[in-house]
Design a binder for this molecule. Sequence first.
Ligand code: SF4
Ligand code: SF4
Ligand code: SF4
Length: 314
Amino acid sequence: MTTDKTVSRRRLLGTVGGYLGATALGVAVASPQEEAPPPPDAIGMLYDTTKCIGCKACVAECTKVNGLTPDTRMSGGIWQMPTGLNTDTKNVIQLYQAEDTDDWSYVKHQCMHCVDPACVDGCPFHALRKEEKGIVTWDGSRCIGCRYCQVACPYEVPKFEWEEFNPKIVKCEFCRHVLGKPAEEGGQPEPGCTAVCPTGAVIFGQREDLLGEARTRLADTPGKYYDERIYGEVEGGGTQVLYLSHVPFEKIGLPELPRESSAHTSKKIHRFFTSWLVFPVALYAVFASLIKLNWKEHEDDVARVEAKGLKEQL
Ligand code: SF4
Ligand code: SF4
Ligand code: SF4
């Protein structure tokens, strides 16, 4: 015969099982996932230090195509060339000269259009987004100027207009306002910087094709390039701007980063904490159910005793 206590035990087991099942489900949902690959239509740039002659035509064209103010701050009103990325400069050519050897190299810097961008992950209002073709864009209508993107970016790319009343975040957006648009609308088939490079030091294309081109150069000229590898293929989760260099990458401002993007690491940490938070909440629910069941049994006992007129035995 089934007693009230048997029912209670069954209900208790059911309740505990249900909560533990829900907990397991929560943990499973929150478990680490693979990093997202580049979008299938990902565009990119390939910059090769051995081809760059430091003419800075790309810098001038970037300024022109993006309608930026020529940066004269460092040269008393005469436009020399900017020394680094700033709010008037989305693209810069710098010179590396080793202190103890004859090694030197030009290097081009702009946004790397990371495959899994830390700036996008860091922005609490989705002002930075990874959009069509993998271009990392900035939306002024969403930006509150918190500058988390600046802190998050491993390449120190986003710049903030401190001096402006309504400041913007400034960074290369792959000339998206003209890229691929019809010529009669002011469009062009490739970004300003790659369109004017006279030596092909920086070229534009699909990321996959550029990786193929870089691999061909590595295979054709063994020993020419540092470490026989392509920077941006995997570093920090990969980037859509790729580099070949004859000097160590870290010497030209390209940091050694783990293969996993910091954005993916932070998502995993977030998932870990949220998933383990499920356990105390589930445990609390189990204890609450136990108390409720025991209280119900106690009330039933009291009712039975009262019905038999044995109240004094309680
Ligand atoms: S280089 Fe910096 S700003 Fe550009 S996509 Fe990567 S994290 Fe964002
Ligand atoms: S893609 Fe456009 S915005 Fe970016 S560095 Fe080149 S010219 Fe400048
Ligand atoms: S235009 Fe080409 S060669 Fe000239 S500085 Fe830029 S990347 Fe180098």
